[in-house]
Design a protein around this ligand. Sequence first.
Ligand code: FPP
Length: 256
Amino acid sequence: MSSQSSYLEIDTNLLPKHIAVIMDGNGRWAKARGKARMFGHKAGVDAVRKTVSAANRLGIGVLTLFAFSSENWRRPEEEVSLLMELFVTVLGREVKRLHKTGVKLKVIGDTTRFSKSLQDKIASAEALTANNTGLVLNVAANYGGQWDILQAVQTLAGQVERGEMTPQQLTEADISAHLTTASLPNVDLMIRTSGECRISNFMLWQTAYAELYFTEQFWPDFDEVSLSEAIAWYVSRERRFGCAGEQIQAMLQVEK
Ligand code: FPP
């Protein structure tokens, strides 16, 4: 059944069900201000807060944020360890508010390489928010799209090995069902900030039919307005429904 904002008459069925974001440009944002890269990552957290809150208010089903890729371990050791500290701090600080606003948090990726304290924080944040019915927030951490497909295939290969199915019985649906995003819809809209036009090994399977939106903005400058512009672009592209960014911005204001 379709529902509409009574104020704007935007059919909420037209909104993307799953938005994935490659948050890029923190380092360049900081450099442009003569600051260290960490300054950009901290500013990036504010952009995360604004984006999560706006997506939740708009009624987006799933938001997946690329926080740390499998390849990011190659960064200078100091930046990696400061980023890890930032994740721990942010999780501790934000989880209550996420819970209060009905957000269901999930960390997707190979978290086994993280410190015990970060793994514990992740587990308790996921447990606290597990029954929430608002926005599903996936934080992709130590995530790689190829890794995601590989770990699904490894599980399925085990089933074949045990004689539970033949290789010929394997379907695309089986792979989808064993990805870290199992049971969630595929990505409708993928956003990448900072002018780079690459997928960078993010959600390779799940973005098979996604609309790809690239913006020049650096991630710390991304906010509610940026999100509404991306959604308006998606809506007009996907459905040929001439919805303007201002309308969705107004919708955000109305539902605040
Ligand atoms: C990419 O910018 C950003 C990252 C690798 C880290 C993203 C992390 C955050 C936004 C902070 C916390 C997030 C959560 C969900 C708690 P870059 O460093 O590659 O920038 P550059 O390309 O300009 O160097």
